[in-house]
Structure formats: structure tokens, C-alpha cells
Design a protein around this ligand. Structure first.
Ligand SMILES: [Zn+2]
Ligand SMILES: [Zn+2]
Length: 111
């Protein structure tokens, strides 16, 4: 909602092709929206445990993960990427997740 800076009337949205613009029905004043239409909206998403694993599954992020010696429960390979994640209350230690270097299997360290 926007009010006309010239006469104070409620302005309405019109379109010129794909470009929307504000126009005052009382005095005819018009202006383009000041905000860019493609402004990036950053959403704060609270990922579930499963979703976070999917996020880390992206290849470019894997390249930055450290490796450790851990045996894959699926294929038995002895090296895996790992990362820490706070999955429970903040005062509890984070859970360690592994992703097998060879087969890509993801598992978590149980304690
Ligand atoms: Zn006006
Ligand atoms: Zn494996």
C-alpha cells in the first residue's frame, strides 16, 4: 500500500508491459517502485537433521569437509568425511556425522 506524495490519495498499481508502477487515481501522479523486483529474500530455515544431511551432500561442500578414519557400515571402507551438528539441546555435545568417501553412505555416530 502506498499513498500519493502529491495529494495523499491511495495509489494503485498499474502495469506497462511487464513493469508495474504506482499511479494516483486522483491527481495522475505516477512513479516506478523504488525496490528492485529481484531483491534477494533470505529466508531463515531451520533444517531438520535429514535436510542438513542433504545440504552437506552437495559435492562442492563435501570438498571442504575434513576426512577421518571411520569404517563405513555399508561397504566397509575405512575413510569418511565428517562434520559436527547440534541435533539436540545446546548444552549437549554435537553429534558427529560421517559420509563414506567411497560409496557416499551417510551415518551418524551414536553414543
Ligand atoms: Zn495524487
Ligand atoms: Zn561406504
Amino acid at each position: 500500500m502506498r499513498f500519493c506524495p502529491r495529494c495523499g490519495s491511495l495509489m494503485v498499481v498499474r502495469r506497462a508491459g511487464d513493469q508495474p508502477y504506482w499511479v494516483c487515481p486522483s491527481c495522475g501522479y505516477s512513479e516506478l517502485p523504488s525496490e528492485p523486483q529481484n531483491a534477494t529474500i533470505v529466508e531463515k530455515i531451520r533444517h531438520s537433521e535429514k535436510e542438513r544431511i542433504i545440504v552437506v551432500n552437495r559435492a562442492e561442500e563435501l570438498q571442504t569437509l575434513p576426512r577421518t578414519s571411520a569404517q563405513c557400515p555399508k561397504c566397509g571402507y575405512g575413510e569418511a568425511y565428517y562434520w559436527l551438528m547440534q541435533t539436540r539441546r545446546a548444552d549437549e555435545p554435537p553429534t558427529r556425522f560421517f559420509k563414506c568417501v567411497r560409496c557416499g553412505h551417510v551415518w551418524r555416530e551414536y553414543d
